[in-house]
Design a binder for this molecule. Structure first.
Ligand SMILES: NC(=O)c1ccc[n+]([C@@H]2O[C@H](COP(=O)([O-])OP(=O)(O)OC[C@H]3O[C@@H](n4cnc5c(N)ncnc54)[C@H](OP(=O)(O)O)[C@@H]3O)[C@@H](O)[C@H]2O)c1
Length: 333
């Protein structure tokens, strides 16, 4: 009798375990289907012959797939990367895959004001046009505090202050190339942060938090840039690519990275999916003249009131000019 009850209990246990595993699998498949069907896809078939696209940080992740797509569309691609060897290898891969030989690699380290100036000087000297500037490069730290050679906190320097200076140094070329577009890869994680005007070079703040601050700053900057560029033929828009399984998480240390890697593999989008909104903003005819907007999944998306405040944008702009040591002879926007 007791033996019979044991078997019934065991069977019920097996059924319960099977039900839990089944429910988990069903949940996972439903989530994957949800991600698949809700991910924005750039529908434009536009070719980009005759257009020059400059993409920062395209040795991996979203930037790499953005470069690949735009190379297929026959644009001239300027790969602005700090790791020239990795970029050159990728360039060869892209030429091979797409048949587009009009791809060049240029050295750019966005954490160095000197490197940005040297890069911009070379681009202004060598390039007739830049029709699309994609501020894609980004870095994220978890615990390690890093300061650049210019005394600027590393995450803010790479993700915000470097692109601010670069935009200024290329603005005359972008204006001459009009209609032209500036695109900033920001993040929905901006919701987790704000700008502390008393400490815009936060060298002692928890680095992981500064990633969110830098993405908040990207949006404030893009909106102010769009206001200042009104009537010039140069537009400025920003975007959230989605949560993407890319290299941006590489600095998360173990054991945190173990869980994160599992989640990223199971639930995050691929870099190809992550590149769609950047591509859409670069090529879509529907966006001719559209400026000062934020996009997600290839659609315009709302922003919080705080990040869209024009007074904040103006004040932040002036702070950026000081932090990036802008010279009186630099172009003004
Ligand atoms: N992944 C996401 O879930 C997610 C979500 C929202 C927004 N984003 C944003 O998407 C953009 C692309 O990131 P990703 O996810 O594709 O990550 P990724 O694979 O790590 O790519 C980042 C790129 O930025 C480059 N980079 C880093 N520091 C640089 C510097 N100082 N100068 C020049 N290039 C530098 C990297 O070059 P190296 O190879 O030399 O390191 C790499 O090519 C970033 O702006 C990120 O903030 C990502």
């Amino acid at each position: 009798m007791a033996f019979g009850i044991d078997i019934t209990l065991m069977s019920m246990c097996y059924i319960a375990i099977a039900l839990v595993i089944g429910a988990l699998l069903l949940g996972l498949i439903s989530l994957q289907l949800f991600i698949y069907f809700t991910t924005g896809v750039c529908k434009s078939k536009r070719k980009m012959n005759g257009k020059t696209v400059l993409i920062t940080g395209c040795t991996s992740g979203i930037g790499k797939e953005t470069a690949r797509d735009l190379a297929k569309r026959e644009a001239r691609i300027i790969m602005a990367c700090r790791n020239v060897d990795a970029a050159t290898k990728l360039k060869d891969e892209l030429v091979n895959d797409t048949g587009n030989t009009n791809i060049v690699v240029k050295k750019l380290d966005l954490s160095s004001l000197k490197s940005i100036r040297e890069f911009a000087e070379q681009i202004n000297r060598e390039e007739k046009n830049v029709h699309v500037l994609i501020h894609n490069a980004g870095t994220a730290e978890t615990f390690k505090k890093k300061i650049t050679e210019d005394g600027i906190e590393m995450t803010m320097a790479t993700n915000q202050y470097g692109p601010f200076l670069l935009t200024h140094l290329l603005i005359d070329l972008l204006k001459r190339s009009a209609p032209s577009r500036i695109i900033f890869v920001a993040s929905e994680l901006y919701h987790l942060a704000t700008l502390n005007f008393d400490n815009l070079n936060p060298t002692t703040t928890f680095p992981a938090y500064l990633y969110y601050v830098s993405k908040y700053a990207n949006i404030v900057f893009t909106l102010e840039l769009a206001r200042r560029l009104k009537g010039t033929g140069v537009t400025a828009n920003c975007l959230h690519p989605g949560m993407i399984n890319s290299g941006i998480w590489r600095n998360v240390p173990a054991p945190l990275s173990w869980g994160l890697n599992l989640i990223a593999r199971g639930f995050f989008k691929t870099p190809v999916q992550g590149a769609q909104t950047s591509i859409h903003l670069a090529v879509s005819e529907d966006l001719n003249g559209v400026s000062g907007k934020y996009f997600l999944d290839c659609r315009e998306y709302g922003l919080s009131q705080g990040v869209s405040d024009p007074a904040k944008g103006k004040k932040f702009w002036e702070c950026c000019e000081t932090i990036t040591k802008m010279k009186a002879t630099d172009p003004k926007i």
